[in-house]
Design a protein around this ligand. Sequence first.
Ligand code: MG
Length: 262
Amino acid sequence: MKYNFVLTATLLCLSPVAFGQTTAATIKQANLSSSNPTNAEVFTPVPNVVTPAKITGAAPSDAIVLFDGKNLDEWQSAKDHQSAAGWKVANDIITVDKTKGDIETKRKFTSFQLHIEWKVPADITGQGQSRGNSGVFLQGKYEIQVLDNYNNDNKTYTNGMAGSVYRESIPLANPAKKPGEWNVYDIAYSAPEFNDDSTVKTPARVTIFFNGVMVQNNQAIQGFTSTGEKHFYVAHGPAPLRLQAHGDASAPISYRNIWIRE
Ligand code: MG
């Protein structure tokens, strides 16, 4: 106890983060270095106080709001990485414009927590991967599928259902809502790390809550999900979030309430 007091007092004096902003990276590093069983209780760094939203699902105080119903100022075309996003904003929602292609955030991200809501049109048509297909590409490379799979009625490969890591990891459950209703993804994503020779040091990992139900649990991602056969990594750094304009003939889906915490 005395040891802890002395240690804490020392850290309070020396640590630059003791009274300032504490980043997630600082806490991660502290967790990694606190494995000494004789020093199981630590007092710094102190997690920042975050004011939770009054309504669950709304952006908390430290989130970067990527879409709040107003405009696509945070987004651009993923084709040339500079022109306007071009998707439609009306009635506080974004609707995919398949003629404009994918859109991406202007900001680049590494590891993050993401909240995003999506809705398949009530009168959706088509089958399999051609029924309300879109996707949330983490760091622009690793797709969390968006598709109409309500009640398992739309048969497709299960590692390509809504809530899957596309063509990798089957969702643990199917809590999808019916077309015309809003679905919610809450995603915790850890970016991959690479060695100096560009080989993979640690793969990306993802945990997904789909309408409040966990459908991926700290799932390792095998690589870039848009490759035809075996997925593989190509070393990269911070990258945009990308939303898919899928080329199938079904009516476009919509998004709303998108925010991210680094
Ligand atoms: Mg897709």
